[in-house]
Design a protein around this ligand. Structure first.
Ligand code: DHK
Length: 146
């Protein structure tokens, strides 16, 4: 059976393509999901693609992934910079974790330079636009094969 990867998206990413397109681009989250599904077929991965504006919901999905997934690709959005709770949940997950940021957070405001999630992530992709999700899935497939 193909390995399962949860692709989790944090707050405001439901507005992708509409909010600050000069930073986050013109593609919508539905476009990103479609591209992830296309790449997942190519890589032989099953994906569960989800977005929430609620911290607890992301945490519940990470807990769910403990039983249901081999890997997590997560763009925690603003929770990247604030959430010890999401870090703790990821620390309770045994599989591979890749962190994605559409923008280059290191080129932006100082408060975006620190990520709690990076203390757990096996890899971080930032500043590659929405292509970062595809890159993360390719890396995830490699990690899950190893
Ligand atoms: C998305 C957000 O919503 C911001 O809060 C983060 C991240 C950066 C992104 O680049 O995908 O700071």
């Amino acid at each position: 059976m193909n390995p399962t990867v949860y692709v989790l998206n944090g707050p405001n990413l439901n507005l992708l393509g509409m909010r600050q397109p000069e930073i986050y681009g013109h593609e919508t989250l539905a476009d990103v999901e479609a591209e992830c599904r296309r790449v997942a077929v190519e890589l032989g991965l099953e994906i569960a693609f989800r977005q929430s504006n609620r911290e607890y919901e992301l945490i519940d999905w990470i807990h769910e992934a403990r039983e249901a997934a081999e890997g997590i690709v997560i763009n925690p959005a603003a929770f990247t910079h604030t959430s010890v709770a999401i870090l703790d949940a990821l620390n309770a997950f045994d599989g591979s974790v890749l962190e994605v940021h559409i923008s280059n957070v290191h080129k932006r405001e100082a408060f975006r330079h620190h990520s709690y999630v990076s203390a757990r992530a096996d890899g971080v992709i930032a500043g590659c636009g929405t292509q970062g999700y595809e890159l993360a899935l390719r890396r995830m497939a490699r990690l899950l094969k190893a």
